[in-house]
Design a protein around this ligand. Structure first.
Ligand code: P6P
Length: 341
């Protein structure tokens, strides 16, 4: 029988890498894993709305049917609150931070930022969606968590990860010592190590961007897209355009096969669409730990100043050489001043 390492076993084994760890981070990751399994079960039933009832309705069991992003948000908040290892939560679904104010959590040393169900608009068409999470050590000393606990550079992240609810359910996370992927084995209800020490190729032939926004892209992005589309056998061009519209799905594919994901400034999103705190920083941490890069077109994502919980930023993320080249085009044709206003 092939040796199977479950997420729980792996977390405990790796805890030894942190000599002063007393298990809090391990339990926090366990709590996230539990909520992910519950969300996965509901996501897999999403196509049965006719049988199970539409969001907002009362189903035949007399239960109120929630929109899946609301359901996911509630599951992660409940798991993190019950686990007692984090003192505050920031969520894409909540305007303000959520103070976890029970006896055990009040003085817990971690805060968690999350997008509980990224790409949820794709659920009704059976496209993969994901959860993104980021864990910081609180900067406040004791008592209820504060907004300032979240306004830290991405380089201060203690751990980050995503869960992809697709053809299989996978959790991919890092604690700063590499990236590891776990696939849910429904027969035993455990996440099992399936992608140890993930490394993303330095270059590849896939670019991911919503070209419907082309007209309003910065000139540097337009020039880079044209570079990707030119014919040149020596550099395997033209590249392939792959854009699912669900960031976790696009970024997970590119992490494994190599590629670049870009969400630059657009007319509709003049500061970029994706959120720095609970989308870009965690995805950047994972990508860098896998040997890739993540910038806003000019600067390293994880070094950007953050002043608001839901702050947006442009995102160029993936294979290091591709992100570098896109950055060269941005510097040459879009200039730092033009892109940061
Ligand atoms: P658009 C989902 O809403 C998301 O935040 C990412 O997951 C995804 O890559 C992007 O937005 C899709 O945005 O504007 O191309 O539909």
């Amino acid at each position: 029988m092939r040796q199977v390492t479950t997420l729980g076993q792996f977390i405990i084994e790796k805890q030894a890498d942190f000599p002063y760890a007393k298990g809090e981070l391990s339990r926090l990751l366990r709590d996230i894993g539990i909520a992910s399994k519950i969300v996965n079960r509901e996501v897999n039933k999403a196509g049965l709305a006719d049988i199970l009832g539409e969001a907002g309705s009362i189903n035949v069991q007399g239960e109120s049917v929630k929109k899946l992003d609301v359901f996911a948000n509630e599951q992660f908040i409940a798991a993190l609150s019950l686990g007692g290892e984090c003192c505050a939560i920031a969520s894409e679904e909540n305007e303000d931070i959520i103070i976890v104010d029970n006896k055990q959590s009040r003085n817990a040393k971690y805060v968690v930022a999350m997008d509980p169900l990224d790409g949820s608009s794709n659920i009704d068409v059976n496209v993969s969606v994901g959860t993104i999470f980021s864990i910081y050590r609180r900067t406040s000393l004791t008592g209820p968590g504060t907004l300032e606990d979240f306004l830290q550079h991405g380089t201060e992240q203690v751990a980050a990860g995503y869960v992809i609810y697709g053809s299989s359910c996978m959790m991919v996370y890092t604690t700063g010592k590499g990236v590891n992927g776990f696939t849910l084995d429904p027969s035993i209800g455990e996440f099992c190590l399936s992608h140890p020490n993930m490394q993303t190729p330095k270059t590849a032939k896939t670019y991911s961007i919503n070209e419907g926004n082309y007209v309003h892209f910065p000139d540097g992005v337009k020039k880079y897209i044209k570079y990707c589309q030119e014919e040149d056998a020596a550099t395997s061009r033209p590249y392939s355009s792959r854009y699912i519209g669900s960031g976790v799905a696009d970024i997970h594919r590119n992490l494994i096969t190599g590629g670049i994901y870009m969400y630059p400034t657009t007319a509709k999103s003049p500061k970029g669409k994706l959120r720095l705190l609970y989308e870009c920083n965690p995805l950047a941490f994972i990508t860098e730990q896998a040997g890739g890069k993540a910038t806003d077109g000019f600067r390293r994502i994880m070094e950007l100043e953050i002043s608001e919980l839901h702050q947006r930023t442009p995102l160029f993320l993936g294979s290091a050489d591709m992100v570098d080249m896109a950055g060269d085009y941005m510097k040459k044709y879009s200039g730092v001043d033009a892109a940061i206003k």
